[in-house]
Write a protein that binds this ligand. Structure first.
Ligand SMILES: [Zn+2]
Length: 124
């Protein structure tokens, strides 16, 4: 069953909250790791708008693959799917991801079957 409007609103707010908290955390980590341009930014209240998260991710670059950054990328992708109406639709099979799964993991891009297949493929 596709997500109801109400479910989408709830999940979207969970994504937003997590996305902002995580962006903050990553910024603070960066500030600790690098004495430099980021040190100043850490004291200020960062803009948590869309561009700010996108800028942060682009600053981090492709090389940064910590768990937090991977999660933020997943949240950012979910945020985009919410905007373009693809949220809750499995990116592999086009089926429903399922509301229970999304409640547990709001950024989940795949249904459980495709996720298992994906993990098998990439772990091998
Ligand atoms: Zn699927």
């Amino acid at each position: 069953m596709p997500l109801s409007r109400r479910e989408i609103v709830q999940l979207a707010s969970a994504i937003e909250e997590r996305r902002r908290a995580l962006a903050e955390e990553i910024r603070a980590d960066l500030a600790r790791m690098r004495a430099g341009p980021y040190t100043q930014a850490a004291g200020a209240t960062p803009d948590s708008g869309d561009e700010a998260v996108a800028d942060l991710l682009s600053d981090l670059g492709e090389a940064e693959t910590s768990r937090d950054v991977a999660e933020l990328r997943a949240l950012e992708a979910a945020h985009r799917r919410l905007a373009d109406g693809g949220y809750g639709v499995c990116i592999d099979c086009g089926g429903d991801v399922g509301v229970e799964r999304l409640r547990a993991e709001p950024a989940a891009p795949r249904c459980i079957d495709c996720q298992r297949r994906h993990e098998k493929t990439y772990r091998a």
